[in-house]
Design a binder for this molecule. Structure first.
Ligand code: FAD
Length: 473
């Protein structure tokens, strides 16, 4: 393997190929996943600086039969972006490919390199007078290449769609090291198979995204946030229907948060002052983006909440008076995963169910878990507008989190995933499969779909060099 390392250094430059030969080099930032569930061992970390260098690296790895793990911000939650512990895989970090290549205001697009950090792209778009609506709590670290690799969702999917829906073209290095120049800004192109959609969400197993053309949108004239206490999950779904009807395309966010999830924020971050959660089993965070002005947005919101209170699906509500209050409400929602981590280790789920069936799913599954594992605590929150719940399972109060995970994780996953299947849902709504769920996928994916996925992988990557062991075990 010395020959390969030398070759990679010749291609990318000595400082951009890191190995543990140098005792001063710490590879943990690339080898350890964000949740600290898995620490791999890389042969090397390679950081090419251009598409041509990515292609050359892939060719060199393919010639020596070396597996490649593409990596962006390494914020993925399913152990997809880190190597296994064989010490034979090369981590290919895209973070040096971070240029904004072009903004086309008339076509409403921007063409950007894969390593651009999401938050920077939002800022670049705003400076140009546009909205780039992809938004998630990891946006300060995750990259657009990783967002496309995982088909990321986030908080504005119900209005603007997933990363997939925001992408018009891709530049990709395939498993043979060839560059596919697919950076089209076209909204219509029916010339055969859509390779873009094949690559998006493939978690680095079919190709390495080096650049993308993404959609831009007009900036809203006003954005208002409201917080509503609702008497049940069914009431939250009823409120969603009302909000769709009253706000139309202005409804850009609809998040549900269970009482226990909010109590963890209250316990671990008391300075955040969580509103209205003590009296209600669920609270909802709504966002209204208006193309007219703030007064219009506010009157729409007030009319919606009045109607919701009359119909009984909302007990009480507040509308943020200013941007600082709106940010504080969103901050509470975004603090739930962190508060949960403070509380101890937990079993995370990222599931989707048809919105209409969520109340029955939650009632049934809450009861099932309470029966099977007495004292278990459910941290239920998520993007209800998209039918996506983070239905997380926390050890009983005072229990040893490590032991809980060791003894119960497999069983809890099976209980929850079987319920998801019963309610016609998906075991991964946005985080993906990675290595964490690869062994579970065959139990829940349609066998014909799985066979086609395997055939595609075999056709595009016959040596199984791109992120082996991820998605397809
Ligand atoms: C606090 C927090 C909140 C989060 N919230 C959300 C959320 O609301 N919605 C959501 O969808 N996700 C969420 N995530 C998960 C994560 O942020 C997303 O999956 C994100 O899209 C990953 O981007 P990344 O650059 O960090 O990718 P990485 O973690 O580096 O990689 C993720 C996967 O994509 C592949 N990949 C990376 N770059 C490329 C590339 N250029 N070409 C091909 N494949 C590539 C990797 O091999 C890996 O399989 C959250 C994570 C955290 C830590």
């Amino acid at each position: 393997m010395t020959g390969l390392i030398e070759r990679l250094r010749a291609l990318c430059g000595q400082p951009h190929v890191l190995t543990r030969d140098d005792p001063a080099t710490d590879l943990s930032a690339w080898e350890q996943d964000w949740r600290k569930r898995s620490r791999g061992r890389a042969l090397a970390v390679v950081r090419p600086g251009s598409t041509a260098e990515v292609a050359a690296v892939v060719q060199a790895c393919a010639a020596s039969g070396t597996a490649i793990v593409p990596q962006g911000g390494n914020t993925g939650l399913v152990v997809g972006s880190v190597p296994d512990n064989s010490g034979t895989q090369v981590v290919l970090s895209l973070t040096r490919l971070n240029a904004v290549r072009a903004i086309d205001p008339d076509n409403l697009t921007m063409t950007v390199e894969a390593g651009c950090v999401l938050q920077n792209l939002q800022a670049v778009a705003e400076q140009a007078g546009f909205l780039f609506p992809l938004s998630l709590a990891a946006e300060g670290s995750c990259t657009i290449g990783g967002n496309l690799g995982t088909n990321a969702g986030g908080t504005q999917v119900l209005r603007y769609g997933n990363a997939r829906d925001l992408c018009l073209g891709l530049e990709v290095v395939n498993a043979q090291g060839q560059v596919w120049h697919g950076l089209s800004g076209l909204r219509k192109d029916n010339t055969g198979y859509d390779l873009r959609h094949l690559m998006i969400g493939s978690e680095g197993t079919l190709g390495i995204i080096t650049a993308a053309t993404m959609k831009l949108f007009p900036l809203p004239a006003a954005q208002l946030t409201a917080w509503a206490a609702v008497p049940s999950m069914a009431a939250a779904v009823q409120l969603l229907g009302l909000a769709h009807a009253r706000l139309g395309p202005g409804l850009t966010g609809f998040e549900v948060m269970g009482q226990f999830a909010l109590s963890l924020v209250d316990r671990h971050y008391p300075q955040q002052r969580v509103p209205l959660f003590q009296q209600s089993p669920y609270c909802v965070l709504l966002e209204n983006s208006d193309s007219e002005n703030e007064a219009h947005a506010r009157s729409q919101f007030e009319a919606l909440l009045e109607a919701a209170m009359e119909s009984g699906c909302v007990h009480d509500a507040v509308v943020a008076e200013n941007i600082a209050q709106a940010r504080a409400l969103w901050h509470i929602r975004e603090s739930i995963p962190l508060a949960q981590a403070e509380e101890g280790l937990n079993i995370k789920h990222d599931i989707s169910i048809p919105v209409s069936r969520i109340p029955a799913f939650v009632a049934d599954t809450d009861a099932l878990l309470a029966r099977e594992i007495p004292g278990v605590r459910l941290v239920n929150f998520g993007h209800l507008g998209d039918g996506n719940l983070h239905y997380n399972v926390q050890a009983p109060e005072g229990a040893d989190g490590q032991a809980f995970l060791r003894e119960q994780e497999e069983r809890v996953n099976t209980l929850v995933f079987d319920q998801v299947a019963r309610f016609a849902g998906s075991i991964s709504a946005e985080h993906g499969v990675g290595a964490l769920k690869a062994h579970k996928l065959p139990n829940y994916k349609d066998p014909a779909a799985l066979a086609m996925m395997r055939a595609i992988k075999q056709a595009l990557d016959p040596q199984n060099l791109l992120n082996p062991g991820k998605v397809l075990a």
